[in-house]
Design a protein around this ligand. Structure first.
Ligand code: 5GP
Length: 351
């Protein structure tokens, strides 16, 4: 007989952060930098734990250069060649602390990963990314990477439940990527009927990871800076974004004109567009679980980053968290039935 879990699981849209009395005078007093020591690599990292996703219109070298100026991180997509990586590393040494080399779990991915890491010893982060992090094959790949690269920090996912977070950490991963189905261009919930509301996934997975001295990334589902603040409040150590960073100059791809409006193409890494572009390069099990959309061109990502980091500082000020690290301790979520007043939502700017 199928079991039904009757506990209510929540998404970002179901809650708001409750304001709390605080001694902070201004947003400028808030420190968003975190100093993290990773459980298995034993390495340390210092920066603002906001991550650009390893999608080919988001996790670009150009994005990494801009985000690194803000001490933010980019998981570089896996479709750059070894030569392109080498070229980038040669001219951007200072950015290498803020990027990860992405890998799937195929033999090709393994060869490519080894070549990049051998050529660029300063690249210290590896992101092992599959749509479904529950397979034994994936766990074995994580073990294999850990064995070959004992001092590299391994990000791995995606999963949404505590027991799998624990298994991956015990298999050698340092930071577990959490999220199945919340992404802006993800159709897994429609195609497969599988998923987990992101806020609850983060709360539960953070608890599991922190119990072992590991860390997590909340991956997907952030639609505005407030959602990022909620993910950190829920216990995420890092928050990864795709859609919120798409459509910018740094996103690659051409600008398209539609009825006089400038647009850019954005698509899931398992969409038909990505599959066609990298035919043979995208693993079969991810087939077509992604959308393709045209989104308004948004200019330089600098402005968007200011908006995001400003929002985060504001969340910390309202809740009385002097440091981003303190946000979960200061967080009380209120369940709500409405997020915002929509009366003027159709024709106003966000700013
Ligand atoms: P967003 O920030 O746009 O809501 O979510 C970004 C995340 O969506 C990515 O980091 C990745 O985990 C996930 N994603 C990207 N492309 C696809 C896809 O084609 N299918 C699915 N299921 N998820 C995707």
């Amino acid at each position: 007989m199928p079991r039904i879990d009757n506990d209510i699981k929540l998404d970002f849209k179901d809650v708001l952060l409750r304001p709390k009395r605080s001694t902070l005078k201004s947003r400028a007093e808030v420190n968003l930098i975190r100093n993290i020591t990773f459980r298995n690599s034993k390495q340390t990292w210092s920066g603002i734990p906001v991550i650009a996703a390893n999608m080919d219109t988001v996790g670009t070298f150009e994005m990494a250069k801009t985000l690194a100026k803000h001490k933010c991180f980019t998981t570089i997509h896996k479709h750059y060649s070894v030569e392109e990586w080498y070229e980038f590393a040669l001219h951007n040494k200072e950015v290498l602390d803020f990027v990860a080399v992405s890998s799937g779990t195929s033999e090709n991915d393994w060869q490519r990963l080894q070549m990049i890491l051998q050529k660029i010893p300063e690249a210290r982060f590896i992101c092992i990314d599959v749509a479904n992090g529950y397979s034994e094959h994936f766990v074995e790949y994580v073990r294999r990477v850990r064995k070959s690269f004992p001092d590299h920090t391994i990000l791995a996912g995606n999963v949404v439940t505590g027991e799998m977070v624990e298994e991956l950490i015990l298999s050698g991963a340092d930071v577990i990527k959490v999220g199945i189905g919340p992404g802006s261009v993800c159709t897994t919930r429609k195609k497969a009927g599988v998923g987990y509301p992101q806020l609850s996934a983060v709360i539960e997975c953070a608890d599991a990871a922190h119990g072992l001295g590991g860390h997590i990334i909340s991956d997907g589902g952030c639609t505005c800076p407030g959602d990022i603040a909620k993910a950190f409040g829920a216990g995420a150590d890092f928050v990864m974004m795709g859609g919120m960073l798409a459509g910018h100059d740094q996103s690659g791809g051409d600008i398209i004109e539609r009825n006089g409006k400038k647009m850019k193409l954005f698509y899931g890494m398992s969409s038909a567009v990505a599959m066609n572009k990298y035919a043979g390069g995208v693993a079969e099990y991810r087939a077509s679980e992604g959308k393709t959309v045209e989104i308004p061109y948004r200019g330089n990502v600098e402005d968007t980053m200011q908006d995001i980091l400003g929002g985060l500082r504001s969340a910390c000020t309202y809740t009385g968290a002097g440091k981003l690290k303190e946000l979960p301790k200061r967080t009380t979520f209120i369940r709500v039935t409405q997020q915002t007043n929509e009366i003027f939502s159709s024709n106003t700017s966000e700013k």
